[in-house]
Structure formats: C-alpha cells, structure tokens
Design a protein around this ligand. Structure first.
Ligand code: MG
Length: 352
C-alpha cells in the first residue's frame, strides 16, 4: 500500500547504536527490509496533525513483526521506506519497538547508510518518508543476471585467482566485488606496477576465458527461490526481461534451472553499443516488452545497475546477493533493497 508522511529530524540519543549492531537485529532487518543497518538510527518527529493521524493508521494496520532475539529486548515492527530530502533519497526501514509509552509521533529509521551525511540533514530538517512499494500500474520487471539471478560472483573470484596465482598475484574477493559493483577495469587494479602492461593483461584475459567453462560448470547456480519468485511475478501478469552487460556466459545456469522460459525479452552485450550504466540496454529491453519505463522495475546487484535503472526511468531495486552492498546501492539512489530475489514478490505486493 502506498503512503507518505513528513517528519522533522530530531537530535539522536545515541542509544540505538548497540541495538543495530546485535546479530539478530541485523539479520531481521536484512530479511524484512533488505537493510544491513548502519550503526544507530535517525530519529524523526512526524510533522503536523494530518501526518500524525496517517501514521496512527499505518501503525494500526501493523508492519512486519521482528520478534525479540534475546531476553533483554522487545518485539518490534518494521516498514521498508524511502526517505527523501530535496533531490536526494535513500532506502530505510522504520523500526517501532513494542514498548509501552513509546512516543506516538516518533519515527526511528534504520538504513544501510548514515542518513544524516548522505542526505545532508541537520536537526530540524524536514524529510519525506514513503512506503517503499512498487509504483502503481507496474507491468514489467527486468533482471540483471550475475549476482542477481545467478550466484556467480564467487566463480569470478575463483577464476581470477587461478589465473593470477602463477604470476604471484593474490586476488581478494573484495577486489572482484568492487570492480563489478562500480564497473571499473579489473586487472589494472590487481596488477600494481604492471597495470599498464596491455600485452600481459591480454594474456591473463585469454587464460581466464580458457579456465572459465570448467569453473562455470562446477560453481555457478541459480539462487534458491528464484524460480518460485519468477513464477509469482508471471502469475500476477507481469512481463519479465533480462538486461545484462555480459555476453550471456552464465545463462547455462538459468537454462539448467529451467528459468529461461520466464523471460519475454533478453538483452546482452551483443545487443548494445553502450554498457550499463548507459540506459541503452534497458530502453531496448522495454521496447521489446512494449512497456513504458515508468511502469517497470529493474532488479540488480550493483551500483551500475541502479544508475542504469535511474537513467532509463525504471524503479531501481537492489539485491544483496552480488557485488554491491546496501551502502553502495543506497549512495546511487536505489529505491528498495531486498535480501535476495526470493524476497521480491512482497516488494510488488504479491505476498511472500
Ligand atoms: Mg550483476
């Protein structure tokens, strides 16, 4: 259900820092809102009588229940939201502890980023808090593949490690993640002094291509729950598409899981002249689906995906199963985060 209300930033008491760091609290917000909390919360006071009444109504309908994870805590309720200040916005979740006497006009927000810094908020600043649900009239959902539908980031790390090791280079998982998240060239950041050695990089790329088929076959799978989620979206009448910057190297995993038939349009690197974050691929995909951008969402795992989605005018949704994380996706304007594709149906108001 769509709703929005305004709030005024209040000074924080700093008490929430320990709470958001508790393992069960982190897990609960990841499950319910796709949010791995930044330490602490942003406190707001609902602004005005009309919004206070609206918040009362939202509370009375109830949010997702987060059961207390230890004897010292209480149950809480949570609602995924988008917080907006001027042209900037960030994903967050309202955390409402079920304690007697909790101030009825207080909104406590958890977010994967420091909201005060990202949105440049001072005490007393006015922000808008809106339910992070899909836009009305949604007709299509387009998916990224690697790290979104297919669990392949670990395989990219494995192949890079195997290729680099004989030359004395160590590839950290984070290096692979960062390169994919921000779409920066991978090998130059690994190679240090030899970053400009184009012939050496060409050798590494050739070795990567040679090693890839075996690693792909043994290590790349679709994420659990992807099939069931796609089925729910299809049954609801949504058209589904794929837009990937790859050449489709990991499509075998989609085929193996029987997922390929769900998609009405598939756009790969071979179809475009500009890579994401350029909107070309998404524009082409939606043209094939016959759906306007304002009636579509794009689901991806990287900051590049979110930027492409915004450039093309789709509603950007981020998953936490790939190269990006909540903070990197929030920094570029993701509107909703989810733990994984299996959690998608409820983002579109389809239960689950
Ligand atoms: Mg990806």
């Amino acid at each position: 259900m769509q709703w929005e209300l305004d709030g005024l930033v209040e000074p924080g008491a700093g008490q929430a820092r320990g709470f958001t760091a508790l393992p069960w609290v982190r897990e609960a917000f990841i499950v319910h809102a796709g949010i791995d909390p930044w330490p602490g919360t942003l406190n707001l006071r609902v602004a005005g009588d009309a919004d206070a009444e609206a918040w009362q109504g939202i509370r009375s309908r109830g949010g997702a229940v987060v059961p207390a994870g230890d004897a010292a805590s209480c149950d809480a309720e949570t609602w995924p939201v988008t917080v907006t200040s001027g042209a900037r916005s960030a994903p967050a979740a309202i955390a409402l502890p079920r304690v007697p006497g909790y101030p009825p006009a207080r909104l406590e927000l958890v977010s994967p980023v420091g909201l005060r810094d990202l949105l440049e908020l001072a005490d007393g600043a006015r922000v808008t808090v809106a339910a992070a649900v899909a836009p009305p009239g949604l007709a299509a959902v387009v998916f990224d593949v690697d790290g979104t539908l297919v669990d392949s980031i670990g395989a990219y790390h494995l192949v890079a490690s195997r290729v680099a090791e004989p030359h004395g280079y160590v590839v950290e998982a984070d290096m692979v993640r960062r390169a994919l998240d921000a779409d920066v060239p991978f090998w130059p950041q690994i190679l240090g002094d030899r970053a400009g050695d184009d012939a050496f990089i060409a050798t590494l790329r050739t070795a990567t291509r040679a090693a890839w088929p075996d690693i792909l076959r043994e290590n790349v799978r679709c994420f659990d729950g992807a099939r069931a989620a796609l089925q729910v979206l299809r049954d609801a009448g949504l058209r589904l598409g794929i837009c990937t910057a790859s050449g489709g190297e990991t499509f075998a995993a989609l085929e193996a899981a029987g997922l390929f038939g769900f998609f009405d349009a598939v756009v790969t690197a071979a179809d475009v002249t500009h890579r994401k974050p350029h909107p070309e691929g998404l524009v082409q995909c939606l043209a094939r689906l016959g759906v306007e951008p304002s009636r579509a969402a794009y689901v991806g795992d990287t900051a590049v995906d979110v930027r492409a989605s915004r450039a093309a005018g789709l509603w950007p949704v981020g998953v936490l199963t790939g190269a990006g994380d909540g903070a990197s996706l929030a920094a570029v304007g993701v509107r909703r985060l989810v733990r994984d594709v299996a959690s998608l149906p409820r983002v579109f108001g389809l239960g689950g």
